[in-house]
Every structure is written in C-alpha cells, then in structure tokens.
Design a protein around this ligand. Sequence first.
Ligand code: NDP
Length: 287
Amino acid sequence: EKTPVTLLGLGVMGTALARTWLAAGHPLTVWNRTPARATPLAAEGARVADTAAEAVAANALVVVCLLDDTSVDKVLAGTDLTDKDVVNLTTSTPAQARARAEWARQRGARYLDGGIMAVPPMIGVPEAGGYVFYSGSPELFERHQQTLAVPAGTTYVGENAGFAALHDVALLSAMYGMFAGSAHAFALIRNEDIDPEALAPLLADWLVAMAPAVHQTAEQLRSGDYTKGVVSNLAMQVAGTPTFLSTAEQQGVSPELLSPYFELMRRRLAEGSGEEDLTGVIDLLVH
Ligand code: NDP
C-alpha cells in the first residue's frame, strides 16, 4: 500500500513531482490555482481537488511546491493543518523556512522544509543525480522518506528548518562563482581565433580537477590551521594576480568579476598570511 500524497502547486516543478508519484502508484490528490494545469494529471490518474482546503483534508502527507513563500501563505491560509505532515518544497530563505516551521507548529502540523537541487527534467530520473535537501521534523522525514525518495534523492541536513534552504543557497552560490569564472574565461578568448567549443571541454575538465580543493578548505577550517597542506601559498598567488589583470586588459576584457576576489586575497596577505592557503578569505567575508 503506497502512501497517499497531496500536492499543492502544479507549476513546472510540481507537475514533474506529481508524475513520479502517479507512475510509482501513489494515490495523488492535486490542487492548483489555475485549474487547467491539473487537467493532464487527472487523465493520468490524479484526483483533482476544487480547493486547497479540500486537497489538504484528503491526505496526511501534504507536499507544497509553489512560487515563493508569499504564495504558500496565501494557499495554506484557509486550510486545516491539524496533525498534517507538511513538506514545503517552495524555495525560501532560511529565515522564511524557520518562520514557516513555527507557523505550521502553531497549527498542529509537523513540518519539513525542502531545497530542490534539480531542474524539472532531472525529477524521476535517478541517474541524473538530482536530490532534495530536507530539514525540520526528523519524525516526519523518517516516516515519509520512501515516498519523498520517489521524485529525487533525499538528503536530510538537520532539525533546524532553515538548514535545507541554507544548503541549497550555499551550493547555488558556489555555482554562480563557477559561472562567473567561466564567463571571464570565455570573454578572454572572445576576440581571438579560438573556438569556444574547443575551450569548453578543457574548462569543464579543469573545474572538475580543481573542485576537490574544497575538502582541504573544510579540513583547514576545522583545524584552524590554514597552512596545512598548502601547495600554492597566498603570497605566490597574490604575486600572480597582475598576470591575470594584465591579460584581461590586453584582451579588452573587464576585470570586474575577478577583481573583488583578488582584493580579498591582497587584504588577507596584508594581514601577514602569506604562508596560508586561500582559506583566510572566508574569515574576511564573515561579519
Ligand atoms: P512555476 O512558475 O512553474 O509555478 C509556480 C506555481 O506557483 C504555480 O503552481 C502557480 O500557480 C503557483 N503560484 C504562484 N503564485 C501563486 C499565488 N499567489 N497563489 C497560488 N499559487 C501561486 O514554478 P516552478 O514549478 O518551476 O517552481 C516551484 C518552486 O520550485 C519554486 O519555489 C522554485 O524556486 C522551486 N524550484 C524550481 C526549479 C526549476 O528549475 N523549475 C528548481 C529548483 C527549485 P498558477 O499555475 O495558478 O500560476
């Protein structure tokens, strides 16, 4: 007997989630503000509720996947959440997630917040590697993990309801740093007789080769010794920065993506940290 699921929100992501539960044989009740979006799912076996309140009443497990925290507020306002297991997959900030957890607790519900590390085509495709960070009620997570694992992998990151959102934003922030670096790299070759499609595989392989450096950073943060295992120390790296800036200038490329990071490296060096790794930059960022 598969756990019945209620799903509020049939946007691109909600619809992808819905299809995986239907395909896995979970009874599914759906609701969406714009009813037309539920029509194809009804044909695939979903029960379509007329109101969010009716959808919530149908099952103990209530999954929410709406645009933002404001829409969650609007949609759940008129529903009875007493004794419900609410799983909110709507992207939010850690503070919004914690406030929503407290809000749900006051209404008699258990609460789990989720941060989806996947795009819709990765949902229901285990080999694509997508997963969802969860934080909040450990009881809820344990009770429903199997059902939650149907659309994507599950990674529980703690009882603090804000931690799923925090992990989500941390990973995506690092991704933007990677995109920024790649943008600068492509800009450097833009006006040359170099094929971007020839650079791309070199770039991808290099980023993958450099990625494990995060393990040494973590180890240094844990031990407090930022000189442990250093291969390329800060003094040497700062000495190299003019090469990067001059090359950008020669190529007619703005240094605006690189400069802020170089500036932090210089500030850390000025504090007498030449023998360290780049880890000390983190301390300059944290207030
Ligand atoms: P869509 O824009 O496709 O869908 C938004 C959903 O929210 C629709 O069901 C829409 O209803 C509903 N909605 C918006 N405003 C309101 C409101 N005021 N009242 C009631 N319902 C409302 O977004 P996605 O499905 O792509 O995203 C859903 C969540 O998943 C977001 O929080 C997003 O950040 C997250 N996510 C999405 C990813 C993606 O790649 N798509 C990746 C990771 C996370 P209606 O149909 O009536 O407009």
